[in-house]
Design a protein around this ligand. Structure first.
Ligand code: PEP
Ligand code: MG
Length: 591
């Protein structure tokens, strides 16, 4: 039966594919595709994991058989019998085989996928006793996963399966081999997203998350249709269901009829044609109709993103979110050499164009590790994140600063500091940069000059601009956080997403003043939050005097098209009216 689920628009376009539900197992599970020739070995790996658990249970049974009823109550041995029975469950065994053989999932992924299916069946059972067996099934699967962890996969991780776009015919024929896959999860951490970035998913959906949550940001950088904040989607959709993601409308259509499929197939092709048309602007300079040059820069997460940024026509990197190098490493942070190599790779990848490296911004919805998610603090977004975290751990901060300074010997590097608000923090940060230079001098190591920038993303910073203008070479407005902190809206909470408003007069006032004060002092200023890549806001930002925009590479050409059509002489007065309006969204309709 066809039904629709509404969420929040994150990334434009249409994706059509089969649902892959990522189970939220307590054991950290890798998801990757194996090669067809590795199917037997992978099936064996799960079987061996299962045999290990069977062995363990047998040993346990043996040891309790010598104990009295006090130490080993009858229930315990009955429970072990149930576990042994579940380990032989045909549905579990055959299901796992199916996901490995037909879908080329790795063993752990196949096991958690099948577990998810069985768990749902248990949930629907009338019989309370049988329903409770769900927990047993989860336990034995977790034990198999742990046993498999001891026996690493012989296959190379993250081998992407050759993805090809299916024809409409494929979709209707229900082809099960090379169909596109759509990822559905309750939640995905930014680190998970990074892992999926290497994979072949045609789109993704999460139950939670706001429009500018970091998960949404990484999705946008992947340039695939996505919807977040889809509430109960991961419970309503079943493994392998056909799903359409309408990224433009923030809608998910489950189990579409052939007519709906055909309609969306058409829309998808229209979107591809539009992208093709935009490609013609690749080598056109971003200059407005009245001759104003505009700098369009890329936001990247990893050094490997640099070639993509160049290919999309970026004139540099306006924001390299260095924290992605630090995530998902089970507490082992990258050392100076590893960071230096990563920054150098990004700098060399940009072939002489400037690269703005932002110092680490972890905390809030960007935990270092899933296992250390910050639930302990009531308000992580207001807690120890970004520069606060760096200043609290000077050794870590100095390591990063040295690595960035060394990378600056290989090209133009701008060093950007997130979340500053206090004069004291600015002084400490600058002192650390001097200290890092002195350390490199002492070691006789080469380093290069850097331009120093601060992010304006806390209202207090936007209201203390003279302080920032005195100490920094350039400013970059982080509108994602500026909106979050100005409006007291958690950017990753879908329940308040309707209040997250870039066009709130207070937000516009802070953005407009920052741009105006920078221009008055001849200081470069850019916007690197999501507002910069929103084509609906390009003319407004141009009208406010912005000439440098940093965004996901995929958005550059669409923004360039807006720039080419704009006349800043006309836009200036209009933009001031919009900022002064009671309802700027309404005032935006002209000119
Ligand atoms: C911002 O806050 O606008 C920004 C660019 O930084 P991040 O999204 O990484 O917090
Ligand atoms: Mg920010």
């Amino acid at each position: 039966m066809t039904f629709a689920i509404h969420g929040l628009t994150v990334s434009r376009g249409i994706a059509i594919g089969r649902a892959v539900l990522v189970a939220s197992s307590r054991v950290d599970v890798a998801h990757y595709f194996i090669e067809p020739g590795q199917v037997d070995a992978e099936v064996d790996r799960v079987r061996i994991g299962r045999d290990v658990v069977v062995e363990e249970i047998h040993r346990l049974q043996e040891s309790i058989s010598h104990m009295g009823p006090k130490e080993a109550p009858h229930e315990l041995s009955a429970l072990l019998d149930v576990h042994l029975m579940l380990l032989q469950d045909v549905e579990l065994i055959n299901g796992v085989k199916h996901w490995i053989t037909d879908r080329l999932y790795n063993g752990e992924w196949a096991l958690t996928t099948q577990l998810e299916i069985i768990v749902r069946q248990f949930d629907e059972m009338e019989d309370a006793y049988l329903r409770e067996r769900k927990a047993d099934m989860e336990q034995i699967c977790e034990r198999i996963l742990r046993a498999m962890k001891g026996a690493d996969s012989p296959v190379v991780a993250h081998v992407p399966r050759a993805a090809r776009k299916p024809s409409q015919q494929d979709l209707l024929l229900d082809d099960t081999v090379d169909v596109p896959l759509v990822l559905i999860a309750h939640d995905l951490s930014p680190a998970d997203m990074l892992q999926f970035k290497q994979s072949v998913f045609a789109g993704f959906i999460t139950d939670v998350g706001g429009k500018t949550s970091h998960t949404a940001i990484v999705a946008r950088s992947m340039d695939i249709p996505a919807v977040v904040g889809a509430r109960t989607c991961s419970q309503l959709v079943r493994q392998d269901d056909w799903v359409i993601i309408d990224g433009d409308a923030g809608v998910v259509i489950v189990d579409p009829s052939p007519i709906i499929l055909a309609e969306y197939g058409f829309k998808q092709r229209q979107g591809e044609l539009e992208r093709g048309r935009l490609q013609r602007l690749l080598h056109t300079s971003a200059v407005t109709m009245d001759g104003e040059k505009v700098q369009l820069l890329a936001n990247i997460e990893m050094p490997e993103d640099a070639p993509g940024a160049l290919k999309a026509g970026a004139l540099g990197v306006g924001l390299f979110r260095s924290e992605f190098l630090f995530m998902g490493r089970q507490g082992r942070l990258p050392d100076e050499e590893e960071q230096y190599q990563a920054y150098k790779k990004a700098v060399e990848g940009m072939q002489g164009l400037p690269v703005t490296i932002r110092t680490v911004d972890v905390g809030a919805d960007k935990p270092l590790d899933e296992s250390v998610r910050d639930d302990a603090h009531l308000n992580p977004a207001l807690g120890l994140r970004a520069i606060r975290w760096s200043l609290a751990d000077p050794a870590m901060f100095l390591t990063q600063l040295r690595a960035i300074l060394r990378a600056a010997a290989h090209g133009q590097v701008h060093l950007l500091v997130p979340m500053l608000a206090h004069a004291r923090e600015i002084r400490q940060t600058l002192a650390h940069i001097d200290h890092a230079r002195a350390m490199l001098d002492n070691r006789g190591m080469a380093y290069g000059p850097v331009k120093l920038g601060a992010m304006i993303e806390i209202p207090a910073a936007a209201l203390s601009l003279p302080l920032f203008l005195r100490h920094f070479d350039f400013l970059s407005i982080g509108t994602n956080d500026l909106i979050q902190y100005t409006l007291a809206i958690d950017r990753s909470d879908e329940s308040v997403a309707h209040l997250y408003d870039p066009l709130h007069p207070a937000v516009l006032r802070l953005v407009a003043d920052t741009i105006a004060q920078c221009r008055a002092q001849g200081k470069p200023v850019s916007v690197c939050g999501e507002m910069a890549g929103d084509v609906g806001l390009t003319r407004l930002l141009l009208g406010l005097g912005l000439r440098s925009f940093s965004m996901h590479p995929a958005q550059i050409l669409a923004v360039k098209q807006e720039v080419l059509r704009a006349d800043t002489v006309k836009l200036t007065a209009w933009a001031q009216q919009v900022v002064a309006a009671e309802d700027p969204a309404l005032a935006m309709s002209a000119p």
